[in-house]
Design a protein around this ligand. Structure first.
Ligand code: PBG
Length: 341
């Protein structure tokens, strides 16, 4: 057989043929829109490092959800922003039915928003120190210490509280809870608490494979949740990989065994290898989060006229699908719903 017989370009010669053989396809239902909700009324506060992203108050959040629903976006992910005066060491405001997340869930249901409601389940948006749960010192008496080596998030205390927070979100109308704090055995704790409360149909989207990443920078502006000291490396994963991809597979396997309905990999663009490996290994759908820093980079380059924004975003979405993602959490959800029509 002569190599001359092989002319791969034949398949690229017609637009219709390219469409016909295209392997990955996008639909508006592939995208989940993150939403930040704060106190106040009539608020739509731009997030500086994320052009096009806003902090909403409950009333304007409902208007934004109506807009997204009209565009065909079928799910949203809620983050609550806590007023500085309401933050404390354990994140008590997370357990108030009057907090921003709970009020938005109820308002969205009252307004008949036909979207799946997903809530981020964590404490960093509620604690005064900005870590993802109550802190404990390596020696108990040093719990107030700000030395990075002397504290960490108290895993089991946080897991117990996460169960309570999940039940509250479910009671307020969350269809899916998405724990993002990277606590060991958080899924078992949350599933147990939900079932005990009769919330058997509330699904869990686990941020199972989440790396300590500089790509979260702009999010911490948006959610007003940066760690006040130290970093998250004692609970989020090291991108150098302990045992390479095996660490990711282990995290995912543990969460599936404990009842996670869906597994998320985060961040997105720099972790396509991980997404593919996890997707191949788990018997549940996988999602990927194109995080704030990825969004900010594309926005900044596009604003300078250096790249074609829509072209680059579409390319990243197809890459996520090619790597196995069932759906994508992205700040471009609204734009994408229009682009893929
Ligand atoms: C909360 C949480 C974070 C993100 C999602 N949930 C921040 C963090 O872990 O520091 C980041 C999302 C983004 O960057 O878009 N734990």
């Amino acid at each position: 057989m002569s190599f001359e017989l092989h002319r791969p370009r034949r398949l690229r010669a017609h637009a219709q043929l390219r469409d016909m053989v295209a392997d990955t396809r996008l639909a508006a239902s592939d995208f989940t829109a993150p939403l930040f909700v704060r106190s106040g009324k009539g608020m739509k506060v731009p997030v500086k490092s994320m052009p096009g992203v806003f902090q909403f108050s409950v009333d304007t959040a409902v208007e934004e959800l109506k807009r997204l629903a009209r565009l065909g976006v079928s799910s949203y992910l809620l983050f609550g922003i806590t007023d500085a005066g309401k933050k404390d060491a354990v994140g008590s405001h997370a357990h108030s039915a009057e907090n921003e997340v709970c009020r938005t869930l109820k308002a969205a249901k009252d307004a008949g928003i036909p979207m799946l409601a997903i809530t981020d389940l964590c404490y960093c948006e509620y604690t005064d120190h900005g870590h993802c749960g109550p802190l404990v010192g390596t020696k108990k008496q040093e719990a107030g210490s700000k030395n990075q080596e002397e504290f960490t998030v108290d895993n089991d205390a946080t897991v117990a509280r996460l169960g309570e927070q999940a039940v509250l979100h479910a009671a307020c109308g969350a269809d899916v809870v998405a724990p993002s704090g990277m606590m060991d055995n958080m899924i078992a704790g949350i599933r147990g608490a939900l079932d005990e409360a009769g919330k058997r149909d509330t699904a869990i989207l686990s941020y199972a494979v989440k790396y300590a990443s500089s790509f979260y920078g702009p999010f911490r502006d948006a959610a007003e949740s940066p760690p006040q000291f130290g970093d998250r490396k004692s609970y989020q994963m090291d991108y150098r990989g302990a045992g390479g991809v095996k660490e990711a597979l282990r995290e995912a396997a543990i969460d599936v065994a404990q009842g996670a309905d869906m597994i998320m990999v985060k961040p997105g663009m720099a972790y396509l290898d991980i997404l593919r490996a996890v997707t191949d290994a788990v018997p549940v759908p996988t999602a990927v989060y194109q995080v704030s820093g990825e969004y900010a980079m594309i926005k900044a380059a596009a604003a300078n006229g250096w790249i074609d924004e829509k072209g680059v975003v579409m390319e990243t979405m197809h890459a996520f699908k090619r790597a196995g993602a069932g759906f994508v959490l992205t700040y471009y959800a609204g734009d994408l719903a229009g682009w893929v029509k």
